[in-house]
Design a protein around this ligand. Structure first.
Ligand SMILES: [Zn+2]
Length: 371
């Protein structure tokens, strides 16, 4: 099991890098959360059967490196099987030319929208797998499942869920495949220069191959979750692209963050759930949060299912932070899955999945109940 000491990054730099995804190494276990079954009954967390724990069924399967092309293939497979239940949109293009996918399930005319997004940080590629498996679960159980006694099909008739499994596909590719994961020679050079500077400044002592596995940023070395217009000007300026912690040249300077801003302004969102890893904690607040009670309620709801611990505030510049303070604010939570550091071994999946299997249904139900 990897620990952060092994990263051999200087403590000060580590603090910057971790500011947005605080590692909580001394966390207790999965907690006393309850898992709610399809039937609406609950059972204690940790009592799932082995096949339930790994979701070893269907199209989306756990892999050591669940990649952009794995996800793309699975989206097309799901569309072939459940095409009448889902809409696939592309909300933008990454710096290296990858599609930013949005898969919508439910009634888009009902006026209520739920967003679940993953992998805004590259190395956190357990979260695309999680969001994709949640999507498949919603589709596979559309006519049979229920939450709290209300059938999924009934819930989906009153709201739409937008699944965004991988909002930073270049970052995921860099973390999984290194420089070979990037097509553009220019971006490869930017990434090489980020490494050279981080090495020169003592932010890393690793080989470039190892360094790239810890990549959180996008293809241009900008930490997307420090790139939003929420206290952006007060964030520490690294001054150059890096694997983590560089806020960029301006708020929303990146196509990936701009796509998320445009999407946030496009619909009437009931809530936005942001999946990160690691720590098994939930961030729900930010200074100036205009939807504080709703965000807290959501956090309590997700905590009750996952057993994760609430943390009051986060560092600014994040997508959650921005949607909570923007004009037409949106209740939002950031959920950090997993108990070991990133990139996470696939073995962690058997812990992450049972904790989060029904979270999408719970927040959909919450959205439907909102006035
Ligand atoms: Zn993160």
């Amino acid at each position: 099991m990897k620990i952060f000491g092994e990263l051999q990054i200087k403590a000060a730099a580590l603090a910057v890098a971790m500011a947005l995804c605080t590692p909580v190494s001394a966390l207790a276990g999965p907690g006393d959360g309850l898992i709610t079954l399809e039937t609406g009954q609950t059972r204690p967390a940790g009592t799932a059967t082995p096949s339930e724990m790994t979701a070893d069924w269907g199209i989306v399967r756990a892999a050591e490196k669940y990649s952009y092309s794995d996800m793309e293939q699975d989206i097309w497979e799901l569309q072939r099987q459940y095409g009448n239940l889902m809409t696939v949109n592309v909300i933008g293009t990454s710096c290296d030319g990858r599609n930013l996918y949005e898969i919508v399930v439910g009634n888009q005319s009902a006026g209520k929208h739920v967003m679940i997004q993953g992998a805004i940080h590259g190395r956190e590629y357990m979260t695309p797998l999680l969001v994709m498996k949640q999507l498949e679960t919603a589709l596979a159980q559309y006519y049979t499942g229920n939450w709290d006694g209300v059938s999924y099909s009934q819930l989906f008739s009153q709201a739409a869920v937008h699944f965004l499994p991988m909002v930073n596909p270049d970052g995921v590719s860099i973390s999984q495949f290194g420089l070979q994961g990037i097509n553009s020679p220019q971006l490869r050079q930017t990434i090489q220069e980020a490494y050279d500077k981080d090495l020169a400044e003592g932010r890393t002592v690793m080989s470039i191959d190892r360094y790239l596995t810890y990549w959180k940023a996008n293809g241009r070395g900008v930490d997307l979750n420090s790139n939003f217009d929420a206290g952006w000007e007060n964030l520490n300026d690294l001054g150059h692209p890096s694997y983590a912690g560089y806020r960029g040249t301006g708020a929303c300077s990146e196509p990936e963050s701009m796509a998320l801003v445009n999407l946030a302004n496009k619909h009437q969102w009931s809530l936005i759930l942001n999946y990160h890893s690691m720590g098994e904690v939930i961030y729900w607040d930010y200074e100036g949060n205009k939807v504080q009670p709703q965000s807290k309620e959501l956090a309590d709801l997700v905590a009750g299912i996952t057993g994760y611990r609430l943390i009051d505030s986060s560092g600014g510049g994040g997508y959650k932070d921005w949607v909570q303070i923007k004009e037409g604010p949106i209740p939002s939570v950031t959920v950090e899955v997993g108990s070991v550091s990133c990139p996470m071994p696939v073995s962690e999946w058997s812990r992450v999945w049972p904790q989060n299997e029904t979270v999408w249904a719970a927040v959909l139900s919450w959205a439907v109940k909102q006035p």
